[in-house]
Design a protein around this ligand. Structure first.
Ligand code: SAH
Ligand code: SF4
Ligand code: F3S
Length: 442
């Protein structure tokens, strides 16, 4: 029997990386990937628990699979990721259609558990925290990513326990992978044709292995000739150490976009959130980075309507946004997460939160649109990634991660080209390649 797996991924980049590594793993026991759910005899849902009705979304999704397979042989159904970790055996009890529940620190066990299930039909929950075994195992399995831009997890878990956040409970304590193993994986990616690496961690700038820090990793990966661009996400303001800030002045491949979640512009709210940084720290980092390289730009995450946020606190957030001029940001209304400290706090009026969200999104989207507009008629560097779905145009990204749709040729894929921007909207730039030009890049 051919074994075909269909993988659906929700959530952050770490989940995307994990889904790819899960596929590299199940390949070892004969699975091939299918993009057509109807063909699959194994359905894996990699879940996210960060906001909203994440649990219900999972049951809803499984319900759809059930319907899809009503007249066919039931596929093996696996729920992985952060909801799996949070809910564990509850999922098996509530939904008999689910066969295996596998937490993010247990992917190294997935092949054994699948094989056991196929032999004995034993439904199982595998959700212990064991980052060391997981990475030791995954290191033996070659990362098969052949995309132009690829993720590489260097750190996982979080010890910070912000009062709103479920990540320390779903991803476990902070763990940094050994320096040498990360460099080996980066080299494999480079050999596969990868040109851009985004280093991942829930607290990526807290990376620490022996005396190696994130800055050391960046300099070492920079030595790999085929790698043209390096990024990292997501960082925490209190781990923005000076060696990392200085890296922006020395590295030739580290991109000038700093994604640094601030959550709120009010020190009172930051304290209530247990963020362990104040706004003055954030500005200090901002000014130090700008001094080193004035072309650096910022993006951030915001939580609106956190319990205790009043109109003044909200205005502090709005003023911070106006001052820093973030070029791209994520903003959401606070969503209580089971088991977190803030889940017991009284919520503020939903209508007020919605209005505040609308106000800051208007400002954020305006800044984003203006930034894109300012690039019209300028020439920028774009790393070409692939053909677009309609296949007449190509897709690439600017140094600041902005998607660029351009006219190009297949031989431009994987190269950094100079692109003249003709048009823009809030999210995307449109342009054409300029060859043999001495014109200055914006
Ligand atoms: N480690 C990163 C963030 C990881 S979670 C940091 O410290 O900033 C990604 C984003 O989800 C957070 O930055 C936050 O803005 C958002 N988020 C997390 N928990 C949330 C909640 N309960 N409600 C709304 N947004 C939340
Ligand atoms: Fe969550 Fe980030 Fe806070 Fe950790 S530092 S608890 S991942 S928001
Ligand atoms: Fe979601 Fe887990 Fe990532 S909760 S944001 S998938 S770490």
């Amino acid at each position: 029997m051919s074994k075909k797996i269909f993988i659906k991924t929700f959530g952050c980049q770490m989940n995307e990386y994990d889904s790819n590594r899960i596929f590299d793993t199940v390949k070892e026991i004969g699975f091939v990937k299918t993009n057509n759910i109807e063909d699959a005899n194994c359905y894996l849902l990699n879940t996210c628990h960060i906001r909203d009705k994440s649990k219900e979304k999972v049951y809803h999704e499984i319900g759809r699979v059930k319907k899809n397979f009503r007249l066919k042989t039931k596929p093996l159904v696996i729920v992985a990721g952060c909801v799996a970790q949070a809910e564990n055996e509850e999922m098996l009890k509530r939904e008999p259609y689910i066969d295996l529940v596998v937490g993010p620190q247990s992917y190294h066990e997935i092949n054994d558990k699948i094989e056991d299930y196929l032999k004995e039909k034993k439904r199982l929950d595998v959700t212990e925290f064991d980052a060391i075994s997981k990475f030791n195992y995954l290191e033996k399995i070659k990362n098969s990513s052949q995309k132009i831009s690829s993720f590489l997890t260097i750190q996982e878990g979080c010890d910070k326990f912000c009062h709103f956040c479920v990540v320390p409970y779903t991803r476990g304590p902070e763990y940094s992978r050994p320096f040498g193993k990360i460099i080996d994986e980066a080299k494999i990616l480079a050999d596969n044709g990868v040109k851009e690496i985004t280093l991942l961690g829930q607290n990526v700038n807290a990376y620490k292995n022996e005396n190696y820090r994130l800055s050391d990793l960046i300099f070492e990966i920079e030595k790999i000739q085929q790698i043209l661009r390096i990024r990292y996400t997501t960082s925490h303001p209190s781990d923005m150490t000076y060696d990392l800030i200085e890296t922006y002045g020395k590295s030739k491949k580290l991109m000038p976009l700093v994604h640094l979640p601030v959550q709120s512009g009010s020190n009172k709210v930051l304290k209530l959130m247990n963020r362990k940084h104040i706004i003055e720290d954030y500005f200090k980092i901002y000014h130090e980075l700008k001094k080193i390289n004035s072309s650096i730009k910022f993006s951030s995450d915001f939580i609106i309507g956190y319990p205790g946020e009043n109109e003044n606190d909200f205005n502090d957030t709005l003023n911070l946004i106006k001052e820093i001029k973030f070029i791209n940001s994520y903003s959401f209304i606070y969503s209580p997460r089971p088991g977190t400290v803030a889940s017991k706090l009284e919520l503020i009026d939903r209508k007020i939160s919605l209005n505040r969200l609308k106000t800051i999104q208007k400002e954020l989207f305006y800044q984003q649109t203006e930034m894109n507009k300012s690039l019209e008629n300028n020439i920028i560097n774009v790393l070409v990634e692939n053909r677009t779905e309609e296949s007449t145009k190509f897709f690439g990204r600017s140094e600041y991660m902005t998607p660029v749709i351009l006219n190009a040729n297949d031989e431009d894929v994987g190269k950094i080209v100079k692109v003249k921007i003709n048009k823009s909207n809030q999210n995307t730039l449109f342009g054409e390649i300029i060859k043999n030009t001495k014109l200055k890049v914006a």
